[in-house]
Design a protein around this ligand. Sequence first.
Ligand code: MN
Length: 741
Amino acid sequence: MNAISEQQLEEEKLTIQAAYEQMLGKIKSSMDDEDKRNIKAAYEMAVEAHAPQRRKSGEPYILHPIAVAQICAEEIGLGPTAIVSALLHDVVEDTPVTLEDIQKEFGEKIAHIVDGLTKLDHSVNAESPQAENFKKVLGTLIEDVRVVLIKMADRLHNMRTLGAMPRHKQLKIASETEYIYAPLAHRLGLYAIKTEYQDLVLKIRDPETYHGIARKLQETKRARTTYIEKFIEPIQKELDEMDVPYKVLGRPKSIFSIMNKLKTKKVAFEEIYDLFAVRIVVDVPPKKEKPVCWLAYSTVTDIYQPIPERLKDWITTPKSNGYESLHTTVVGPNGRYVEVQIRSQRMDEIAERGFAAHWKYKGVSAQPNVYDRWLSSIRDLFDNKESDAVEFINDFKTNLFNEEVYVYTPKGDMRMLPKGATALDFAFDIHSEVGYHCSAVKVNNKLVPMGYKLKHGDQVTVITNKNQKPTESWLKMVVTGKARSKIRSSMKEELRKKGIFGKEALERKFKNLKIDFEENIDFLVKYYDLKSRVDLYFAYAIEQLSTTDINKLFTISNGKLTEIVEEVPESETDATAPSGPTRKERRKSKIKPKIVINGQSADQFKYELATCCNPVQGDYIFAYMSNNGCKIHRSSCPNATQLMANYGYRIMKAEWSASMGNDFVAELLITGVDKGVGVIQTLSVEISNKLGLNIRSFYIDGHEGYFEGRVKLVVSNTDQLTVAIKALKKLEGIQSVTRIA
Ligand code: MN
C-alpha cells in the first residue's frame, strides 16, 4: 500500500470533521447536553477505532458510519440514541473495541442496539450465515425497531457507494437488497428509501436501462415542468381562497417504476403519460385533516374531470404500513391523465418516513396501530423455534405483503390478513390450535374449501375437529408465514412419529423373519445408500421400501441377510454393449423419493438430490434447473440464498409428492335431506371421530331442505373407502353416497 503523506492525512482530517459537522446539522430532534456529549464521545471513539481502516474506494472508513448517522438523522428522522448507535455500528465487528467497552461508556441500551447491528460471530456454525444474520437483526426488530432502521441506513449508504466493489459482489448485494431490504422498507413505510433501493438495484443490474431512462427524464424535464405549472395554476388560485396553509409539488416517478411501466405496458418512454404525480399537502391540525383533504379533492375535481375508478381513499382506511392519502387521477390539459395525491403534513411525513414518523404522531391518528399488529405477527414467527434461518426469511417475506383483506369473526371482530390469504390462513390467525384442527370453514354461512381466498368483509367461521391434523397439501393452501411455519413444524413432528412407527414395524417384521435386527440394520442402510437408520425407518414407514423387496433381494441364513447376486448373461456384460444402469443405480432409484416440480411429477426431469445439503422427505425444498439437469436442494441449503438471489429464473417450486405413504384422496358425492339438524356436523363427526379419517375438503350446497355435498377424504386403501361409504349411507337423511374421484 502506498504511504499516505502528512499533507494528505491533514486534508482527510478536515474532510472527516466537515462530514461530522454536516451530519450534526441534520439532527432535527431536540438534544440536551448529555445527548451532545454522547454523540461527540461516540464520534471520537469511532474515529479512533476505525483510524487504520479504509473503504474499498480508498477513503477513510470513518466516513461510512458518519454517512449512516446522517441518513438516520436526515432521511429517517431518528434521534440521538440512534445517531450514537449508527456512529458505532461497525466498531465491534471490525475493530478491537468490544461490546463491554460500549456498555461502559454509553450504557445498556446503546450496547444492545450495537449488538443487534453486529454480524454473528463467524465461529457460529450456521448453514446460511447471511440468513442467520438477517434473522438476528429481525429478532431485535421486535425489541427495538431502531436496529432495523439503522440497518436500512447502513444498506442505503453501501448501495450508494457500491461502485468500488467487484461486479459479482455488487450483484450479490443488489439481490439481497431487492429480496429483503426493499420489501422491508416498504413494510416499514420508508417510502423514499424503498424507492431509492429499487433504483439502485436497477442501476447495478441493468445500467443501460437505468441511464437510458434517467437521460430521457432529464431531456423532458423542461416540458414536464411547464406542464405541471400549467396544471397547478388554477388549483392554487382556488386553494388560496381556502385560507389553509398548503404546498403543491409535482414530482417525477422513480426510474424503477417507469421501467416497470415500459415493461408491462410494452410502450416507449414517449408514450408514458403519468411520469409524474402532483401532490397537495395541507397543514392543518389533526381534527381538520379529513374535511380539508376532501375539500381539496373537490377543488381539484371541480377544475379537472376525475376518473372515478382511480379514486383511492386511504384516509378513511389507511394502508397496513400506515400510509394515509387521498389519490385520484384527473384529465389535465391536452387530455393527459394526471395523478393527484392529497394529504396532510402529518400524513406526508408518515408516507415518506413511515415507522419513525409514526411514533412521533402516536395517538394522534384514529387508525388502529398497524405497526403494533404487524410486529406481533413477526413475534409469532419467532415463536416457532424450529424453523431454520432460510425458512424464517421465506416466512418473513410473506409477511411483507403490500395489501390486506379485512374479514370478521362470527362475533364481529375484525381481523386483518394479507391479500391472498385463505380460509385456512384465517384459522391459523385465530389460534394455531384452531388451525391444526380446522376441518371445515364457512364464509358468510356457506361452506367453502379451505383454500378459499378471503374477500373484504367476509365473515368466517372455523369448524374444528380434534382428530384433524395438518398434511403436506395444506402448505399449498396457505400464504401467511404463521400458518406455513406452524404446518411445517407439525409435519416434522408427524415425520418423527412415522419414523418411530417404521422402526417398530421393521423390528416386528425382522423378528418374524428371524433376522437379527442389530446385525443387519446398518447393512441395509448402506445397501440402500441412506444416510442413517432414521432414513431407513422412515422409508419403511411410508412404504418406499417393503419386506417383499427384502425377501426378493436377500437370502436369510442364521439371522443374517445376504444379497442375491443376479445371474447376468455373459453377452450383457460385454464391455462394448451399451451400459445399462448398474445395480447400485437401480437400487438408488428404487428408493428415490417422489417429487413434484411446479405441480408436475419430477420424473420427467433428470433430477437428483443435491449433495451439498442432502434433502430428506419433509424438508422444505426447491428445484434448481441447470444444463446438466435438475437438482433438488433444501431451502436451508447453504447455497440456497445465493442461488435464489442470483439465478431466480432457474429456481422452480418443488415439493415432496403428497402421497406420504400410500394415502390417497377420494372424493364422495353425498346427497340427502337436511332436516335442520346440521348435516355437516353429523357427517364430520362420523368421518373424523368414528371412522378416524382426515377430511381434505368439504363443500355443501343446499336449497329447500335438499342438499348436495362433496367431501374429499384421505384414505389408505379402497377397503377403508368402502367401509366409509357404507357407514355414511346408514346415516339419517343421507340418500346416496357415490365415489366421484
Ligand atoms: Mn456498515
